[in-house]
Design a protein around this ligand. Structure first.
Ligand code: ADP
Ligand code: MG
Length: 295
């Protein structure tokens, strides 16, 4: 017997490295007419590196101690930024102590007790009130201006330093963004929890003009819902725990498999297993071809 077109398309998608979870999903992929893309781990490679270690002047903190505290607090986290910080500490042969009371807030950061002292690591504006005018905000802004993600570290509630973290753009990101724009007839939107400065810089490199930055997981959902209320069938592409609600709310959700969080992979309708972003427009095309054969 010949295979029904949608099942045959699922097999083809699989050969291209995309796991499409059902025939219904295979069919829906071809209906999308707008795309919202996550930044970190989706348009970027998802293997960020610590580039700057900046203890706050007067905090009495050394670079090593700052990194050690941050790595300890981040150790239980699966976030790509957390892995970057832990790797940086390992490369320097720092001892990473076990922590207590670990907690993580998607889109914001982590907190834990290190050596019995409270440590928080994460987005400067989520941890500190931007309007406080604390000198650490200027350090963070300087790093963000250069396209870095600035991560604030506090000890006992007081800022002690900032880490600069950078990730490389995926080589195929600009052509993929262009292809998705052409396929859907709508310019792609960037939805990111990262800071507006780093987001704008990356958006310019990939050719996106509609940038929504500093978003919490629920804000990503709101952005998608607004597009859908305007009559769009939105394809969301993301990788993080913070993307899971938007992946669920979207008409169709695709997760990046290699660096993707378990929650994103479970929630998404399809998974890019081979870590090639260019397969996203390819499966949309595949779906459209299959649908033409079905009808
Ligand atoms: P994106 O939407 O670009 O994938 P996230 O929503 O995962 O980014 O993260 C948004 C911001 O929240 C990060 O830029 C960082 O400032 C902060 N953040 C989230 N998780 C962590 C973490 N584990 N460690 C440090 N910072 C974090
Ligand atoms: Mg992400």
């Amino acid at each position: 017997a010949t295979m029904p077109p949608l099942l045959s398309a699922i097999a083809t998608a699989g050969r291209h490295g995309v796991l499409v979870k059902s025939a219904v999903v295979m069919e829906r992929l071809g209906q999308v007419d707008a795309v919202a893309l996550d930044k970190t781990g989706t348009l970027t490679e998802g293997t960020p590196r610590v580039t700057d270690i900046c203890p706050l002047t007067g905090s009495g903190m050394s670079e090593q101690e700052l990194l050690r505290l941050a790595a300890a607090a981040e150790h239980p986290s699966e976030h790509p930024l957390a892995r970057a910080i832990v790797d940086a500490a390992r490369i320097r042969n720092l001892d990473i102590p076990l922590v207590e009371d670990f907690a993580s807030t998607p889109g914001a950061g982590v907190s834990a007790k290190v050596d019995g002292r409270a440590v928080a690591v994460g987005s400067p504006v989520r941890i500190l009130d931007d309007s406080t005018g604390h000198p650490v905000i200027a350090v963070a802004a300087g790093l963000e201006q250069e396209g870095r993600t600035a991560v604030l570290v506090t000890l006992g509630g007081a800022p002690v330093g900032v880490l600069g973290i950078a990730d490389r753009l995926r080589e195929e990101a600009p052509v993929t963004v262009a292809a998705l724009g052409e396929l859907t007839g709508t310019a792609a939107v960037l939805v990111t929890g990262d800071n507006p400065r780093a987001a704008a810089r990356l958006a310019a490199e990939v050719g996106i003009t509609d940038v929504r930055a500093g978003l919490l997981p629920q804000d990503k959902v709101t952005a998608v819902q607004e597009m859908e209320r305007a009559g769009r069938k939105v394809l969301v592409v993301g990788d993080g725990v913070n993307d899971a609600p938007a992946l669920a709310a979207a008409h169709t959700g695709i997760a990046m498999g290699r660096a993707g969080s378990d929650l994103a992979l479970e929630t998404a309708d399809a998974i890019v297993v081979r870590d090639e972003l260019a397969t996203v427009p390819a499966v949309v095309r595949l779906s459209r071809q299959a649908r033409r054969l079905v009808v």
